[in-house]
Write a protein that binds this ligand. Structure first.
Ligand SMILES: Nc1ncnc2c1ncn2[C@@H]1O[C@H](COP(=O)(O)OP(=O)(O)OP(=O)(O)O)[C@@H](O)[C@H]1O
Ligand SMILES: [Mg+2]
Length: 246
C-alpha cells in the first residue's frame, strides 16, 4: 500500500477578518472587541476529518454546498494550511481548483496557457512542444489570442482544462470545472481523466454530477456539515447520499 494523501484529524477554520466592522477605527477605539473578532471567531469549513488515499486511487468528494469539499482540495493542493491536524501529500500536484483561478484577465488565452503551464511545472521546451496540443484541445479557435476577459465561463474552463491535459502530475485535483463545459467537451475531459487514471495518476475529483463520478471514481468521500459522513466504494456511498438527499 502506498499512501499519497493523508488527512489526520484535520480542521480548517477561516478567520473572520472582514467582520471587524470599521477596521482601523474599531481597532483603535475597541481594541478588545477587534482582537476578539480577529482571534476568537471564525468560519468552520471542515472538522476532524481523517482519511487517506493510495497511489492510483480515484476519489470523489461529495456533499452539499458549503460542506467543505473545496476546502479539502485546497489543503491537498497546498494553497492553505489546516488550523488543526496534519495533511501529508506525496508527489507533484496539478490542480484546477476554481474557474478563473490563476488566470489573468488582460492576458490572452495563449499567454495564460504559458503562465499556467509554467506554474504547473512544465519547462519551456516541454511547453513549446505541447502548446499546439493544448490549443487544439481547448477548441478556442481564434479566441486563443483574445484577452480572456472576453471569455465565457465555458471557454475559461476549456482553457484551464486544456493545460491540465499536457502536464505530468502524480496527483490530479479537479474541482467542479466540467459542469460549465458543453457536453462534447465534458466527454473529452472525462476521457482525459480516465487516461491519467490508467497511467497511475491519483485523482481527487469534486462534482455534483454523480454520473460523472461513477465514470471516473472508485472511491467516494461524503462530507456532511463539515464532517466526514461516509467513505467507501463509489456505488455504495453515492446510493446512501442520494437516499439522504431524496
Ligand atoms: N475564504 C473563506 N472565508 C470564510 N469562509 C469560507 C471561505 N471559503 C469557504 N468558507 C466556508 O467554509 C465552508 C466550506 O466551504 P467550501 O468552499 O469548502 O464548500 P464546498 O463543499 O466546496 O461547497 P460547494 O459545493 O458550494 O462548492 C462554507 O461554510 C463556506 O462558507
Ligand atoms: Mg466547492
Amino acid at each position: 500500500m502506498n499512501r499519497v494523501i493523508e488527512f489526520n484529524n484535520v480542521t480548517k477554520r477561516y478567520p473572520l477578518y472582514h467582520h471587524i466592522g470599521s477596521g482601523i477605527k474599531e481597532l483603535i477605539f475597541h481594541p478588545h472587541r477587534a482582537m476578539g473578532l480577529l482571534t476568537g471567531r471564525s468560519y468552520l469549513a471542515i472538522e476532524n476529518i481523517t482519511f487517506c488515499v493510495d497511489k492510483g486511487e480515484s476519489v470523489a468528494l461529495i456533499g452539499r454546498n458549503g460542506a467543505g469539499k473545496s476546502t479539502s482540495l485546497g489543503l491537498v493542493a497546498g494553497v492553505m494550511k489546516p488550523t488543526n491536524g496534519t495533511v501529508k501529500v506525496v508527489g507533484r500536484v496539478a490542480s484546477m481548483l476554481e474557474l478563473g483561478g490563476g488566470v489573468h484577465p488582460e492576458l490572452t488565452g495563449r499567454e495564460n496557457i504559458r503562465l499556467n503551464a509554467t506554474l504547473l511545472g512544465l519547462r519551456r521546451r516541454e511547453l513549446n512542444a505541447r502548446l499546439d496540443k493544448i490549443i487544439e484541445f481547448s477548441e478556442l479557435g481564434e479566441f486563443i489570442d483574445e484577452p480572456i476577459r472576453v471569455y465565457s465561463s465555458g471557454m475559461l474552463a476549456k482553457l484551464g482544462f486544456s493545460v491540465i491535459t499536457q502536464v505530468d502530475p502524480d496527483i490530479l485535483i479537479i474541482d467542479e470545472v466540467l459542469a460549465v463545459g458543453d457536453i462534447s467537451f465534458q466527454r473529452k475531459c472525462i476521457n482525459t481523466i480516465n487516461e491519467f487514471r490508467k497511467k497511475g495518476v491519483t485523482i481527487l475529483f469534486v462534482s455534483h454530477n454523480l454520473s460523472d463520478i461513477k465514470q471516473i471514481c472508485d472511491k467516494v468521500i461524503w462530507i456532511e456539515s463539515h464532517k466526514l459522513k461516509e467513505i467507501g466504494d463509489a456505488e455504495t456511498v453515492i446510493a446512501h447520499y442520494q437516499a439522504a438527499m431524496a
